[in-house]
Design a protein around this ligand. Sequence first.
Ligand SMILES: NC(=O)c1ccc[n+]([C@@H]2O[C@H](COP(=O)([O-])OP(=O)(O)OC[C@H]3O[C@@H](n4cnc5c(N)ncnc54)[C@H](O)[C@@H]3O)[C@@H](O)[C@H]2O)c1
Length: 253
Amino acid sequence: MSGKIALVTGGGDGIGRATALTFSSDGAKVAVVDVRLAAAEETVALIQQAGGDALAVEADVADEAAVEAMVAATVNHFGALHCACNNAAQGAGFKAIEELQHDKWDRCQDVTLKGVWLCMKYQIPAMLNSGGGAIVNIASLSAERGEAMQAAYSAAKGGVIALTKTAAAENAQRGIRVNAINPGGILTRSLAYYLDKVPGAKERTMAVHAMRRFGKPEEVADAASYLCSDRSSFITGHALNVDGGITVNPHTL
Ligand SMILES: NC(=O)c1ccc[n+]([C@@H]2O[C@H](COP(=O)([O-])OP(=O)(O)OC[C@H]3O[C@@H](n4cnc5c(N)ncnc54)[C@H](O)[C@@H]3O)[C@@H](O)[C@H]2O)c1
């Protein structure tokens, strides 16, 4: 990542914060984007304390004007854009399909799916002007397997994978690679909140991981850094599971 300019959405907490910190320690200058500016500024302070260079940008990824301004602010400040991790997302609560509210469905799609499209819409031209680049979109294992009570979120994440493959196809000959990551259960503040709230959720969720543990945000960040770096130069259109073996869970003996 040395010498690269990177952007991370939802960089104010969890996987986004860990990714911004990892991009920085791997040598990139980082625009940390979040709908909560104070949270983005906290991440920037952590990067600066570690000797890195970062910029906090406030943007709601569902808002096209804000997304356009976020990319412009990054290019104006650092002079280019080479890497992006489109990580911001919003769920619609835990509801069965027939109980799901229309406004919650719409907001989930707007942030989680449309937000990724809007980000790429402005990141791709900026990367073409910067001599090429790499994008990593954070999807979810919910896209691959479906997830009870998470219809809006799972559908949006399925869309993120389809969007990733389409963007990879469109840009393969233009020097831009586009990949996705499907995290399993990653112990962030938001997952911890859910696990504490729902009785038995912690044990049940941990049990679906073959490794019988949750992931750390840094483990997703390392995969994002690899997929954004030149070390993955022949990989595009791939959705990488970072999931402690959810898909190989052996319910045998
Ligand atoms: N934690 C997990 O177990 C897990 C599993 C699978 C996928 N994921 C995905 O990983 C990503 C990060 O998850 P997390 O657990 O770190 O989340 P988090 O809630 O800890 O952090 C999300 C960050 O995104 C910001 N954000 C929310 N809406 C935004 C918007 N509209 N515009 C800009 N920023 C916005 C929030 O302010 C927050 O700082 C998400 O895409 C999530 O769906 C997480």
